[in-house]
Design a protein around this ligand. Sequence first.
Ligand code: PAF
Length: 291
Amino acid sequence: MLILDDPQQLREQIKQLKQQGCEIAFVPTMGNLHDGHLTLVKAGQKKAAAVIVSIFVNPMQFNNDQDLQNYPKTVAQDCEKLAAAGVNIVFTPSAKSIYPKGLNAQTYVEVPFLSNCLEGQLRPGHFRGMSTIVNKLFNLVQPDYAFFGEKDFQQLAIIKQMVEDLAMPIEIIPVATKRAENGLALSSRNSKLNAAEKQTAPFLATVMNRLAADLQAQKTELSQLIADASSELNNAGFNTDAIHIVDAQTLQALGENSEEAVILMAAFLGKTRLIDNKVVSLNNHQTKIQA
Ligand code: PAF
């Protein structure tokens, strides 16, 4: 496995792979890798002869410096996992090589509407930073396929839109959220939970699944479903940050034409913010849905 931090060297390797006729699968990450990331790698290996993983903690998508400083950096362990998984190239650029003129002078890519709603309202500039780095990495890696976890639902929607709007010749492949046996969605943030919080954390998925069943049964208004789920979480020791139920395609309020809803959950356990989501088919019973 090659570990490259220089964009120019990466370009040369990509050129060689393409000359050999290899298709390229790309898994962009911010490191601190867990089994969820390795699932993306496996999906990549099924699709293409060469798998490239990037590890870059992208300063442009952090809302505050403290979060950026605190983000776990485990590049050596990450590379061991990726070598064991049979990855071809790991790209670990420095911030200087990605943003040589600094963040404020960097051209950016912003996907309208999808970037500014929901999570985007709580984290201004986050999705602009995310789509800008994904675009730049796509230009460097020139993948045929790129793999993203469904856990970051809004991120995935934004990337699909960006690729479509900018006519990028890349197939975006969503990969289902990898869960622990107790239902907890795998996330780099789980490593920050203490022992007691680890016991409580799976309850987020439990409440989400119950909410999904109630949504499908359509017995109660959305606002009541959300209030009930929020109280359940708070009573269990979470501090609910946001629960949204929106159209899974547009991320806007559910309407008569909505075929699928997505439940987006975000709740703090201590200082750790956990997120999860679930898509629910509305089975053409939308008429009863009231916001
Ligand atoms: O999901 C992530 O880890 C990041 O947002 C990504 C896609 C690697 C861009 O920095």
